[in-house]
Design a protein around this ligand. Structure first.
Ligand code: F6P
Length: 756
């Protein structure tokens, strides 16, 4: 109703404006015509009376002249006339002529007009002008009277004064007529518009409703419905992420899963298992938490959602810890999900894990100057193992449309293999490491197969938008597929795979941090372990021994620090917790040696009795130890040469609830885009890196707090539950969309049939 009133008001306002404009134009035009008319009539009257008037056109014949003038003014609408001799002298005038109109006054106005208009000589032209007098408007015409056509000068002016009251009367009549006419027109137009709009809106709504309820098949509604649905989905996604229900927590993630995928069990596929059972020397079984960013991030998600984690069983006591279906409930003591172990032969592991995954894909994806190796037998093993794991996932699925989270570069082929077996599955694949640009991917002989395999996913997630762009370029370069940049998707065989950035994170609150001893206690115990005096300054690095982590560059930066700032010699110690990794690969073994030698060289250069600037601990450390070191340190240096995210940086921040300690972070990590309050450096630039280390060691406590606090606030909000929730939410929307589009396709079948 309000809308109709607003519409009418608008119509009325624009109608009035239109009427006023039209009336003004009509008035001006008619007045102009009337004036032209008057001038013409005056000319005719003067022509008719010229002979008689000129006969008496001399002073002294005033009476005769006045009688002639009276004859002229008999014509209706001429109020009076006046005869003026040359020079403006009055010869005669009719009695009713308004006193303001005199020969002198008219001559003055004529002279002014001549000057203004620069019209030259108007002595032989008729002049006219409207005069406003107290009794109303009059039109004064001055007509030069010429004896003969050949006469050089007129004998004088004949003034004729017309009453304009009749013009005003006519104008008023015209205006009222126009107003009434436009008013009626607007009224009729409004009524017709409102009625027809209401009728067609009602019809449109009725038809749309019928369409939504599935009773109508009009395909013109399809785009509208699609747009509306997309809008609703986007709003829902934003609401969910923007925290209408507060911060992301395990509970909220669980609720999201239950809401979007009721009754579904999540199946995670990842090469690395979250818990490794080892047989200790004394024969007991010990549980190890592997040094893996993937495990750090995904494990809390599965704890929250429950389900099953399918992984390669690598521990010496792994087989002794599973049931007959190769399952073991984890985490030990807080069992909330199942770990399903898949066994590989040494040949399979060599080809798939050490070979293609870590000698081929790992150096291919990281810009760390390591040459990728591609061997046909590795590729064969990679294919076979992907198939083996895909089968295991499908066996774990409890329905034909399970939710599967495929992790990382070990399983590029698994998404398609799972899709072939379970076409309705929701498969979310997350690629934890960088995705190279298309040229670099071109090195790989099986680039198209890898991309094809990944496109079996419903969603492929990368750490950054840059990696998504690289992926689109790769599809463009090596595959027959349509890229829908607007939807950020790749469409192949009529199925879309969304490609989006989902920067990964850690759990928040972080249990390892909250369970760690107070900072002072951590500092005391770590300093004691390292043999440091109380006033020592400590830097920490925590990594797998991997060439992408820039451990050697890190040590060189420490060396440069001691070179440039001798005040730190004897005071500053850097401890590197380095977990041995992929040691069957020659390059990794070499790296272990190079890093060791570099540390020894620097220690020999700056060390002395009781002081060793670099302490390299080449062994696995369990999370409680790692967190003790984070909390004891004055700084943490993450110097990766290329890293999709790097969760050590985030863990260090999580570990510092005392709001002290400085993070020095490589610009080549995904984390540097998020943890902007860190001291961000180029790890290759030893001057910059050593300056940053010095700034960190000299940084006032207040500044340390400001920086750490800001980063902690960021991590509290952008935690791993949010990461998983975003992917699940997107997957749920895709699933809904697929089912709606499926229904629409079915619904539109009769249309096609009818039109056929
Ligand atoms: O960065 C990707 C990643 O999968 C990490 O999650 C993990 O730290 C590493 O690579 C894998 O290490 P590993 O070969 O020991 O499983």
């Amino acid at each position: 109703m309000k809308r109709v009133a607003r519409f009418l008001l608008l119509l009325l306002a624009s109608g009035s404006l239109l009427t006023w404009g039209a009336a003004t134009v009509v008035e001006r035009t008619t007045r102009h015509w009337f004036e032209e008319d008057i001038l013409q009539r005056a000319g005719l009257v003067a022509d008719g009376a010229r002979g008689e008037l000129l006969a008496h056109w001399t002073p002294g014949q005033g009476e005769a002249l006045a009688a002639s003038l009276t004859n002229i003014v008999r014509s209706e609408r001429i109020l009076g006339a006046e005869a003026c001799a040359e020079g403006g002298q009055l010869l005669a005038r009719t009695p009713l002529l308004p006193p303001q109109i005199t020969c002198a006054a008219v001559a003055k106005r004529v002279a002014e007009d001549v000057a203004k208009n620069d019209d030259g000589d108007i002595s032989r032209q008729i002049w006219g002008s409207v005069w406003g007098l107290p009794g109303g408007k009059v039109h004064v015409t001055a007509i030069p009277l010429v004896q003969t056509a050949q006469a050089a000068q007129p004998s004088g002016l004949l003034l004729l004064v017309h009453d304009l009251a009749f013009v005003e009367r006519r104008e008023a009549k015209t205006r009222s007529f126009l107003l009434v006419a436009f008013g009626v027109l607007i009224l009729v137009a409004s009524i017709i518009t409102v009625v027809s709009a209401r009728l067609s809106w009602r019809g449109f709504r009725k038809e749309l409703l019928r369409f939504i309820q599935g009773e109508s098949h009009r395909k013109e509604f399809l785009p509208i419905i699609r747009d509306v649905r997309e809008l609703v989905e986007r709003i829902a996604a934003e609401r969910e992420l923007e925290g209408q229900s507060g911060a992301w927590s395990p509970q909220r993630l669980k609720q999201t899963l239950v809401r979007h995928f009721p009754g579904e069990k999540v199946v995670v596929l990842a090469n690395r298992e979250p818990y490794i059972h080892h047989r200790a020397e004394d024969g007991s079984i010990q549980v190890q938490h592997p040094a893996s960013g993937l495990v750090t991030a995904v494990e809390p998600v599965l704890r929250a959602c429950s389900g099953v984690w399918v992984a390669h069983g690598t521990g010496s006591a792994d087989r002794d810890s599973v049931d007959r279906q190769d399952h073991v409930r984890v985490p030990p003591g807080e069992e909330s999900y199942s770990l399903r172990r898949v066994w590989l032969t040494p040949e399979e592991e060599k080809g798939y894990y050490y070979g293609l995954a870590n000698e081929g894909l790992w150096p291919l994806c990281h810009l760390a100057h390591m040459r990728p190796l591609f061997r046909a037998q590795d590729w064969a093993a990679y294919q076979a193992v992907n198939l083996k794991f895909a089968d295991a996932v499908c066996k774990e699925a409890e329905s034909d449309d399970p939710v599967v989270l495929v992790q990382d570069y070990h399983f590029a082929l698994a998404p398609r293999l799972i899709r072939e077996r379970l076409p309705r599955a929701t498969i979310m694949t997350f690629w934890h490491i960088p995705w190279p640009n298309a040229e670099r991917l071109g090195i790989c002989p099986w680039r198209a197969e890898l991309v094809e395999g990944l496109l079996g996913s419903s969603i492929i997630g990368f750490q950054t938008q840059l990696y998504c762009n690289n992926f689109f370029d790769s599809v463009d370069r090596y595959l027959e597929a349509r890229i829908d940049r607007e939807q950020s998707a790749v469409v192949q065989h009529a199925r879309a795979t969304r490609v989006r950035p989902y920067p990964i994170s850690i759990a928040w609150p972080m249990d390892w941090a909250s369970q760690a001893p107070p900072v002072e206690e951590c500092r005391r115990s770590v300093f004691a372990e390292l043999g440091l005096p109380d006033n020592a300054l400590l830097g920490v690095g925590v990594d797998r021994l991997d060439y992408t982590k820039g451990i050697e560059e890190r040590f060189l930066a420490v060396e440069r620090l001691l070179d440039r700032f001798p005040e730190f010699v004897g005071r500053f110690t850097f401890v590197q917790l380095a977990a041995p990794s992929r040691s069957l690969i020659e390059h990794y073994r070499q790296l272990e040696q190079t890093v060791g030698k570099t540390a020894d060289r620097i220690n020999a250069r700056f060390g002395r009795e009781g002081y060793k600037p670099i302490q390299l601990q080449r062994t696995h450390h369990e999370p409680p130890t790692v967190y003790r070191y984070y909390r004891a340190a004055d700084l943490c240096y993450v110097s990766s040469l290329d890293d999709g995210m790097n969760l050590v940086a985030k863990e260090f921040v999580a570990g510092r609830d005392d709001e002290h300690g400085v993070l020095v972070l490589s610009q080549f990590t995904g984390a540097s885009r998020e943890l902007t309050e860190a001291l961000v450096v180029n790890p290759y630039d030893l001057e910059e890196a050593s300056s940053a280390l010095a700034s960190a060691l000299n940084m006032p406590k207040d500044e340390q707090s400001d920086r750490i606090r800001a980063m902690r606030a960021f991590l509290a909000e952008f935690n791993v539950y949010r990461w998983a929730g975003a992917m699940l939410g997107d997957a749920a929307r895709l699933r809904k969309k697929a089912s709606v589009l499926g229904r629409m396709a079915e619904d539109s079948a009769p249309i096609r049939d009818r039109s056929a």
